[in-house]
Design a protein around this ligand. Structure first.
Ligand code: SAH
Length: 365
């Protein structure tokens, strides 16, 4: 797969209320000949109650409902299929977009009383959202990366995934770890982040933007004035190997990616997450754990600016690679910890429904 930065031109999704910033919403209602107060009424229904269908809004005169629906709330996501795992606490939804493109989102609840597979601790609910249909970054171990990029999602198409999940459960976290490279769709992603924070009331700290390491966009993210969590998909501590696992590394090599990530920490005070899929006998050797520690702590950066999340590889169909042995996994973590680096193995929810990290490919099966 070659790297792809520009999405093929396709029909734009219809403009939706969730594409609009607050001032644009007020302008849009007055342009439509409606009094300005309708804007806050729409916000309350859509964001406050996660009610996406104006024809059911009883606080709106019946004669207006159809017009409001078609003008501001065109349906963006149609559910195609839903699969659950982990006693119903992991839910993967396949969505069809207006042009037939398919994307997935995964809702994961933690600490649900009586549901052992949801884990313990306080109740949390994380939604893993897609930012693109497909992905152009071509990472060979990732299911989405194998299919190439279809198109960028609009801000509203991203927000709509969050609103749909909000109708089921009170979300505490959002991770941009579904399909796509969020930094390659920066404007739409930041628009969606603003809606999540300003309109849905989610904490910026609870929103994680995960990237292959598009350095200029990491630098830009640091200027947004939002305490978002940055996750960088490293997967290798040496350029030779990373060039093959994360092909964009040939353009933005490790030294630059790590420096940009550390600059993000310096600017925002936010600890950076490092994603590392452990692939048996490929990137999981003890010496690579040491090399990763050297890389992260190099240039006087110290150990406290990062949290490493090793995750056992979820082999994609036909993959020549498989997950690391348990023992190698533990040794990898031990070596990072020995250097003062926080590292916790990430659990993989929803494996059996292909809802786990890197498995989202949205094939209609
Ligand atoms: N494009 C972004 C976000 C999407 S993927 C990024 O690459 O960061 C979210 C995470 O899942 C990334 O860290 C990605 O490398 C990882 N991932 C992809 N395929 C995987 C697989 N088969 N097993 C485990 N993790 C995988």
């Amino acid at each position: 797969m070659p790297l792809q930065f520009d999405a093929p031109r396709r029909g734009k999704p219809p403009r939706h209320w969730a594409d609009l910033a607050p001032d644009e919403r007020r302008a849009a209602v007055t342009d439509a000949g409606l009094p300005a107060f309708r804007a806050s009424q729409f916000d309350k229904q859509y964001y406050g109650h996660a009610n996406t269908d104006p024809t059911t809004w009883t606080d709106l005169p019946a004669s207006l409902r159809g017009d409001v629906a078609s003008r501001f709330f065109p349906p963006l996501l149609t559910p195609v299929r839903e699969q659950t795992a982990d006693e119903g606490t992991t839910v993967k939804t396949l969505w069809r977009l207006h042009d037939g493109a398919l994307v997935e989102s995964v809702l994961m609840e933690y600490g649900v009383p009586g549901k052992r597979s949801s884990g313990s601790g306080r109740h949390r609910a994380t939604l893993c959202v897609s930012s693109q249909a497909g992905c152009g970054m071509a990472c060979p171990f990732c299911a989405t990366g194998q299919g190439g990029l279809q198109r960028n999602l609009s801000t509203a198409e991203i927000v709509a995934q969050v609103v749909a999940a909000s109708a089921r459960v009170r979300l505490t976290n959002i991770v941009f770890m579904g399909m796509g490279e969020p930094m390659a769709n920066y404007r739409a992603v930041m628009g969606a982040v603003r809606r999540m924070v300003d309109d849905l009331g989610l904490s910026a700290r609870g929103i994680t933007v995960s990237t292959v390491g598009l350095v200029p966009r990491i630098e830009q993210l640091a200027t947004e004035g939002l305490p978002l969590t940055l996750a960088v998909s490293l997967h290798a501590p040496d350029d030779e190997l990373r060039d093959t696992l994360v092909p964009i590394n040939t353009r933005f090599p490790l030294a630059e990616v790590v420096e940009a990530a550390h600059a993000y920490f310096r600017t925002t005070g936010r600890r950076v997450s490092i994603e590392y899929a452990l692939i048996r006998d490929v990137n999981d050797q003890a010496w690579r754990a040491d090399a990763l520690a050297d890389l992260l702590t190099g240039a006087g950066r110290g150990a406290h600016w990062v949290h490493v999340n090793p995750i056992p590889l979820n082999p994609t169909p036909g993959s020549k690679w498989t997950a690391s042995r348990r023992g190698d996994e533990a040794e990898f973590v031990r070596r990072l910890n020995a250097r003062g680096i926080a590292a916790t193995i990430r659990d993989t929810r929803g494996r059996e429904i292909d809802g786990a990290c890197g498995q989202l490919a949205a094939k209609e099966r």
